[in-house]
Design a protein around this ligand. Structure first.
Ligand code: ZN
Length: 314
């Protein structure tokens, strides 16, 4: 067996890239050494946003941003620890989200009650004290969130907004972390993430190939063609401008071995229509967009063609 084919064997060419499921727990836990201090800093900033910005919408946006930043930290940690396992990723994000909520509560006391930062840091490790204090405050309706009027505190609206805040701080990192990770692929041979990107915009060949089909039918045919790795028409297509009807082909590959790539193809078609009004003819344009394929594996033979074919299409 040719050694170069090892990588192609671990993935089915023309199908969605699949992670190997490998991970190193020790290396992942080591990432917490920078993730946790950074999250504590973010939770302090989040509480100051809630305290100082008087607009409720900005407070809610602050909650979103806090969740997204936690997700981003988790995503970088997953990448740096070479975790290629979606269950581990989701669990990690869940844990970070819960920690994010925990820190947000603790530093609420620091920011709102003027406890010292030292008290806050100490409370992080005093789990029971922290839970006792937060649950006490929560039940009494004293947590101040999203500029709610004082008289709703303790009502169903109060509990609802706090539940939404908790869901956002825990849910957004899971969602954003998984979304960011879904665009990644890993080279098991080189033990590296695919880090080389290439984007090519080529003419929309669908009308030439299937002139009688509708936009949606053409998409389906093109999808099958790419999945069957019949990409000759794409390899010889001319490059065009972004504003014209086009196929956008995005490739990600390991620059070290160049053994395979993952490919995204999206399509934009501009429909021109002649119209007449007040005895004048004019053209109107509408456009339609579609994702043809996302994250499918392309073998080294085709990848090499693309890399060597710099001035042509895919
Ligand atoms: Zn490689």
């Amino acid at each position: 067996m040719n050694q170069n084919n090892q990588f192609e064997l671990s993935q089915v060419m023309g199908e969605q890239f699949k992670f190997s499921g490998k991970y190193n727990l020790k290396s992942l836990l080591m990432q917490l050494l920078w993730v946790i201090p950074l999250m504590i800093g973010l939770s302090i900033i989040y509480n100051y946003i809630c305290k100082w910005i008087p607009l409720a919408y900005f407070n809610i946006l602050g909650t979103f941003a806090y969740g997204i930043l936690i997700g981003l930290c988790g995503y970088v940690a997953i990448k740096m620890s070479h975790t290629r396992n979606k269950v581990v990723l989701t669990t990690m994000m869940l844990i970070l989200g819960i920690l994010g909520l925990y820190f947000a509560w603790i530093f609420f006391f620091v920011v709102q009650l003027k406890l010292t930062y030292a008290d806050g840091f100490k409370m992080i490790f005093q789990l029971f004290v922290a839970f006792d204090m937060t649950s006490n405050w929560f039940i009494k309706g004293k947590f101040y969130l999203w500029r709610l009027p004082k008289d709703v505190q303790g009502s169903w609206l109060y509990f609802l907004t706090h539940s939404i805040e908790a869901l956002l701080i825990i849910g957004v990192p899971i969602f954003s972390g998984r979304l960011l990770n879904s665009r990644e692929a890993y080279c098991e041979d080189c033990q590296e993430w695919l880090d080389e990107n290439k984007e090519i915009i080529i003419e929309d060949v669908c009308d030439k190939l299937w002139p009688d089909l509708t936009f949606k039918e053409q998409n389906k045919f093109l999808r099958n063609k790419v999945k069957n790795l019949e990409v000759n028409e794409l390899l010889t297509a001319q490059q065009v401008q972004d504003k014209d009807s086009h196929l956008r082909c995005e490739l990600k590959y390991c620059n070290n071995c160049k053994k395979f790539a993952i490919l995204n193809v999206s399509r934009k078609k501009i429909f021109k229509k002649e119209q007449e009004a007040f005895n004048k003819k004019f053209e109107t344009e509408t456009e339609q967009e579609a994702t043809i394929v996302a994250g499918i594996c392309i073998p080294s033979s085709i990848l090499k063609n693309i890399i060597n074919n710099k001035n042509k299409g895919v």
